[in-house]
Design a protein around this ligand. Structure first.
Ligand SMILES: [Zn+2]
Length: 69
């Protein structure tokens, strides 16, 4: 009976795949202790000071992509 083990491996591979996809999406950004949108000082591991800044940053990026830059 290896069903449970197979399922567990499938689950782990899926999790790793999702994590890798997430990392690739965030690859452009490096945390430097400042919010990437408003330049506020934040904890070193963070990219943005709050959700609003992250959303606005994403929107700005999307707008730039649409503008072809
Ligand atoms: Zn901010």
């Amino acid at each position: 009976m290896s069903d449970i083990a197979d399922r567990a491996i499938w689950r782990i591979e899926k999790d790793v795949h999702n994590a890798m996809a997430h990392v690739r999406k965030q690859q452009m950004l490096e945390s430097d202790g400042r919010c990437h949108f408003c330049d506020e000082q934040i904890a070193p591991a963070l990219l943005f000071c709050n959700m609003d800044c992250r959303d606005d940053y994403d929107k700005e990026k999307a707008a730039l992509r649409r503008a072809g830059r």
